[in-house]
Design a protein around this ligand. Structure first.
Ligand code: NAI
Length: 334
């Protein structure tokens, strides 16, 4: 198939070219983010390959379909950025990568917890300045602490498994009970109970109408004073201005983010020579007890290899059977 690959970075190209070594597909790599303005760059492609911050709303899907695009393959598990109803109405198939490495994201979440707890970000800078004082670096033992996991699918369960190894007590909240998580000793409780009892709350649910701003001012007020919040799921699960108020008042003790509601204008690009225009994001960066990474949870060699292999498999399957192996539609997710 002829595929326009949007939001391409050097590493995407490297891993996709390796997965497509047999040359069954023609991959045109485009740096641009997919949006209405950049649709013409797809040229004569019959498929587009998109990432998490590409725009796949009704307008963009309509423009793609009008050019002859039949298939959208996502290089992500999450599909909250795709208007699936519009895709169905236009007869566009949508494929995704349901699982690549839950460990990559789970392990990155642990990195955020440890960095925040032991103030690694501050210690790193201090030691380089020749400042070996420990004031302000006080942490806590994780053993015996209560960890609240919201969303216990592949990533939440992998994270819970690692944290069980630290000796944490596990509380979980999800609409579906995961036996593997229960086997780790996790107790499923209603959200208010999880929020009130946890020293660390970690988000691993998808972004849906139900989870949008799940962590808002009300939820933050229910948390233990001084607790830690970590979000490696999707930015909009958290109400960022409410989180900033909770950090200012001390209600929230620390915050680790790998995702941000407005990350589409920021992440995956080098903006170091530019002025930061997002005042909410800029305020977040001023807190000593906040660590932000730019959506890198998935970023391991193993995960990129799996993402590229599944993407090529989705294309192969579409050519052979008229549908991607891992199709997402309004009715059904494979
Ligand atoms: P999954 O589908 O295996 O698990 C999702 C879990 O969330 C399930 O336990 C489900 O029951 C639960 N859930 C659904 N609605 C909920 C609600 N209203 N409240 C609480 N829990 C709810 O997904 P997986 O693979 O574990 O991924 C989780 C999320 O992590 C993805 O949706 C994606 O947004 C994010 N992600 C982030 C990455 C990163 O690089 N930071 C990379 C990959 C995924």
């Amino acid at each position: 198939m002829h595929v326009a690959v949007y939001s391409t970075r050097r590493y995407d190209r490297e891993f996709l070219e390796r997965a497509n070594a047999a040359g069954r597909h023609r991959l045109d790599f485009l740096e641009a983010r997919l949006e209405a303005r950049t649709v013409p760059a797809a040229g004569a492609a019959e498929a587009v390959c998109a990432f998490v911050n590409d725009r796949l709303d009704a307008e963009v899907l309509g423009l793609l379909q009008a050019r002859g695009v039949k298939l959208v393959v996502l290089r992500s598990a999450g599909f909250n950025h795709v208007d699936l109803a519009a895709a169905a109405a236009l007869g566009l198939a949508v494929g995704r990568v349901p699982a690549y490495s839950p460990h990559a994201v789970a392990e990155h979440t642990v990195a955020l917890v440890l960095a925040l707890n032991r103030k690694i970000h501050k210690a790193y800078a201090r030691v380089r300045e020749g400042n070996f004082a420990l004031d302000g670096l006080l942490g806590f033992d994780l053993v015996g602490r209560t960890l609240g996991v919201i969303g216990t699918g592949q990533i939440g369960t992998a994270f819970a498994r690692i944290m069980a190894g630290f000796g944490c007590r596990l509380l979980a909240h999800a609409p579906v009970v995961e036996p593997a998580c229960m086997a780790l000793g996790a107790r499923y409780v209603p959200l208010p109970e999880l929020l009130a009892a946890s020293d660390v709350v970690s988000l691993h649910c998808p972004l849906t109408p139900d989870t949008r701003h799940l962590i808002d001012a009300d939820a933050l007020a229910q948390m233990k004073r001084g607790a830690m919040l970590v979000n490696t799921s999707r930015g909009a699960v958290v109400d960022t201005p409410a989180v900033i108020r909770a950090l200012k008042s001390g209600q929230l003790g620390s915050l680790g983010l790998d995702v941000y509601e407005e990350e589409g204008d920021l992440f995956f690009r080098d903006l170091s020579a530019e002025v930061l225009r997002d005042d909410v994001f800029a305020r977040l960066l001023t807190f000593p007890n906040v660590v932000v990474t730019g959506h890198q949870g998935f970023f391991t060699g193993e995960a990129l290899t799996a993402i590229a292999a599944t993407t090529i498999d989705n294309l192969d399957c579409f050519v052979a059977e008229g549908r991607p192996r891992h199709a997402v539609s309004v009715e059904r997710v494979v």
